[in-house]
Ligand binder design. Structure first.
Ligand SMILES: Cc1cc2nc3c(=O)[nH]c(=O)nc-3n(C[C@H](O)[C@H](O)[C@H](O)COP(=O)(O)OP(=O)(O)OC[C@H]3O[C@@H](n4cnc5c(N)ncnc54)[C@H](O)[C@@H]3O)c2cc1C
Length: 488
């Protein structure tokens, strides 16, 4: 008889789990509170402009391809992407501009010419980044940390031998200050801490693993936009027979005699052999698992930073802007102190502009651009967001006006705002954090929830708030690790 699995949430990890379990032969039903799939990986249409709502940077596309291959399909028949020649454009207030070319020689030359930073320092930084990836990815990204055999396999042995070189004992900022002579390069490489919502002045230098993804492996762009990751995987899952139930907010996971039996929605009970939860773990234990034993240590870990985004339709073209653009703050350390210690927004925040119409012309009318204008902000601790948002908008506009020498406000045709409160209300992400727990200490990787319940049989977990972490590639890997624990 076909075994049945219920998945709570159709975030990207929920969809990936559905695909993996359908391929294993399960009958899969996904219950989603929203009326659309994808959770944070969705899109917004404002008049004639289209915006990717959340994630904008795409790395490790092979994790998406792997799902099509697993189902016996050709990935390119469903989902196409291209490699970016320039990963990011960087701007500073003093007029310095840098292009992070994908080609390492070109990037090293750019940095040497513009900042006088010896090319060898860039090469060495990226060699070290590759070394950390090679040492840790097989262990931390591909296996459960909560199973004994993970710690006795050859990958673990390799990382034990390399432990002194993996950056565990210094912060990212300390390592980058040793590595680079120019403060702007330190700032540029410190920025990678934000890729998982952490603070470069606290997070271990192990997180210097991240530049390897962008520089050595590459930054990519899905030809139909980031939302196509959701759309194409959703299509595949439906072809595999996965059934989606939208607008269905699950109230409770049914547990009997220490075993997950199904879910409860309104007054309806639905039974199954397995339950997989894709909802943020903190909010899951407050709601659908509220009668169960709470893993307090894990749930009380500090959350990652959140984001404030202004989706702006801009009625002008800016040829100096590309897909990814960063306008750096002059005091990065103070900016992070505001985010992580004071719970406030610094008056001169680093501004990130993501403009997909530079790659996909139909995302904006001719001669116009779709600006996804984002700053990193603290997660929601009950601040007065309306006041903070109004002040931040002023700071962002002044900063962009100064650097781009224009009057942005007069160019904004349409606007929508996403803030920590709405990130939480739209996706159930605790405090509106983008990546679950922050990684601001060396034990953080061990303090994420496992991909299964140790106290409730047949209950599994996937998504950005569990191991191995947030961000699209890790969410997809959470589904892989989780499904490998489940029998065919
Ligand atoms: C603004 C922003 C920018 C980001 N930038 C990047 C980036 O550039 N690159 C990158 O890789 N990552 C980025 N991320 C992170 C990335 O989006 C997430 O890590 C990832 O999308 C999380 O996927 P998930 O599967 O954990 O679920 P989520 O997307 O969090 O979805 C969970 C789903 O569960 C549903 N749900 C919750 N509770 C219930 C319930 N009780 N019943 C039914 N359904 C329920 C929700 O409605 C939601 O659809 C960003 C995130 C945000 C918000």
């Amino acid at each position: 008889m076909t075994k049945k699995v219920l998945i709570i949430g159709s975030g990207i990890a929920g969809i990936a789990s559905a695909i993996r379990l359908a391929v294993k032969g399960y009958a899969v039903d996904v219950f989603e509170a929203n009326n659309y799939p994808g959770g944070k990986l969705s899109e917004i249409i404002l008049g004639n402009y289209r915006f990717d709502a959340g994630p904008s940077l795409f790395t490790l596309p092979e994790q998406v391809d792997a799902l099509f291959r697993l189902a016996g399909k050709k990935p390119e028949a469903y989902f196409e992407y291209k490699t970016l020649d320039v990963a990011c454009n960087y701007f500073w207030e003093d007029g310095t501009k840098l292009k992070a070319f994908a080609d390492l020689n070109e990037f090293a030359e750019e940095v040497e010419t513009k900042l006088g930073e010896p090319a060898v320092n860039i090469r060495e930084a990226l060699r070290k980044s590759a070394f950390i990836y090679d040492s840790l990815a097989p262990l931390f990204m591909n296996r459960s940390l909560h199973k004994f055999n993970t710690w006795t396999n050859p990958h673990a042995m390799k990382s034990y031998l390399r432990i002194s070189k993996l950056g565990i004992f210094s912060t990212m900022n300390e390592a980058n200050r040793k590595q680079f002579s120019h403060p702007k390069l330190v700032q540029l490489f410190n920025r990678y801490a934000t890729y998982n919502g952490s603070n470069p002045y606290e997070t271990p230098a192990t997180l210097n693993i991240i530049p390897h993804l962008e520089f050595n492996i590459g930054a990519f762009f899905p030809k139909k936009g980031m939302h196509d990751i959701t759309q194409s995987l959703f299509k595949l899952s439906e072809e595999l027979g996965v059934k989606y139930h939208f607008g269905q907010k699950v109230d409770r996971i049914l547990v009997e005699s220490g075993e997950a039996k199904g879910i409860k929605i309104n007054d309806r009970e639905v039974f199954a052999d397995l339950v997989v939860n894709n909802m943020d773990m903190v909010n899951a234990y407050k709601t659908i698992l509220k009668d169960q034993k709470q893993p307090k240590l894990l749930l009380n870990q500090p959350k990652s930073s959140s984001a404030l985004i202004f989706y702006w339709g801009i009625k002008r073209d800016f040829p100096e802007l590309d897909l990814h653009n960063i306008f750096f703050s002059d005091n990065y350390q103070l900016e992070f102190e505001h985010i992580f210690k004071r719970g406030t927004i610094y008056e001169d925040p680093t501004v990130y502009l993501n403009i997909t119409s530079t790659q996909k012309a139909d995302d904006a009318p001719a001669g116009c651009m779709n600006w996804f204008t984002m700053i990193n902000v603290p997660n929601n601790q009950g601040q007065d967001w309306d006041i903070m948002i109004a002040e931040a908008k002023r700071s962002i506009i002044h900063k962009l006006n100064r650097i781009l020498k224009t009057d942005i406000e007069s160019l904004i045709e349409v606007e929508e705002i996403l803030d920590p409160r709405t990130i939480e209300s739209k996706t159930s992400s605790s405090q509106g954090s983008l990546y679950g727990n922050s990684s601001n200490n060396k034990f953080a990787a061990f303090l994420r929830h496992a991909n299964y319940s140790s106290s409730i049989k047949n209950l599994y977990f996937c998504g950005g708030s569990v191991h191995p972490g947030g961000g699209i590639p890790l969410c997809l890997l959470s589904a892989k690790i989780m499904s490998e624990m489940i029998e065919e």
